[in-house]
Design a protein. Structure first.
Length: 217
């Protein structure tokens, strides 16, 4: 993933002089309290403070077309950096596009400051944080992006150039649960609990009936 060296955090992009394009109907797929954590790896010589090994984003507020979020990143030397950001979907201030409008389809586009208009070129189903998710894909210069279509959260990205590579993969999130055989784990656990209760109830009924029979003359 490509990151701006002007600020000492994984997620900052420099605001540019690109014209402001308004997307008043952009759908926001996140809410306060939503979070996602990332594993980050790199090769070569990334710019200073781009040697990130772990990152986390948590949404702290949503109002109309604005999303407030806390970004935390850990560098290879152990340094932890934290920054509060105000994302503005109406003007394209998307802070490295870790969150984009939700519900996009192939051919749809959105605007990001410092990058320009981004066009979704495909929609597919991929495994993301233990679940099958519908994701949208786009490319910008030397970076490939995969976002969860429902939430707009980036689930995977890769930057590759002649100097370095940077891979970012979502590893944990509170946005959806892990799946077992394609079914949400919470549903599986609920079924197991109901089944166990049914077995216990049946055993109790059989014991009561047996005792009644044994007590009869």
């Amino acid at each position: 993933m490509k990151f701006n060296s002007a600020l000492p955090v994984l997620f900052l992009l420099l605001a540019s002089v690109f014209p402001s394009i308004v997307y008043a109907d952009a759908l926001i797929g996140v809410k306060r309290g939503d979070w996602v954590e990332y594993s980050v790896s790199f090769t070569g010589r990334p710019p200073p403070e781009h040697d990130v090994i772990w990152a986390r984003m948590e949404v702290t507020g949503v109002e109309e077309q604005r999303v407030n979020a806390t970004f935390v990143s850990q560098l290879a030397n152990g340094t932890v950096l934290t920054v509060e950001e105000d994302l503005d979907f109406a003007t394209g201030r998307l802070i490295d596009m870790f969150v984009i409008p939700s519900g996009l389809n192939s051919g749809d586009s959105f605007y990001a400051q410092g990058v320009g208009e981004i066009v979704i070129d495909s929609v597919d189903v991929r495994s993301a944080v233990g679940a099958s998710r519908t994701v949208v894909h786009a490319e910008t210069e030397d970076t490939q992006w995969f976002w969860d279509r429902t939430t707009g959260i980036v689930v995977e990205a890769r930057t590759a150039n002649v100097v370095y590579t940077l891979d970012t993969v979502a590893i944990s999130t509170g946005l959806w649960g892990q799946q077992i055989l394609g079914v949400e784990s919470a549903i599986i656990y609920a079924i197991v609990v109901v089944f166990a209760l049914a077995v216990i109830t049946g055993a109790i009924v059989l014991c009561v009936r047996r005792k009644r029979r044994m007590s009869q003359p």
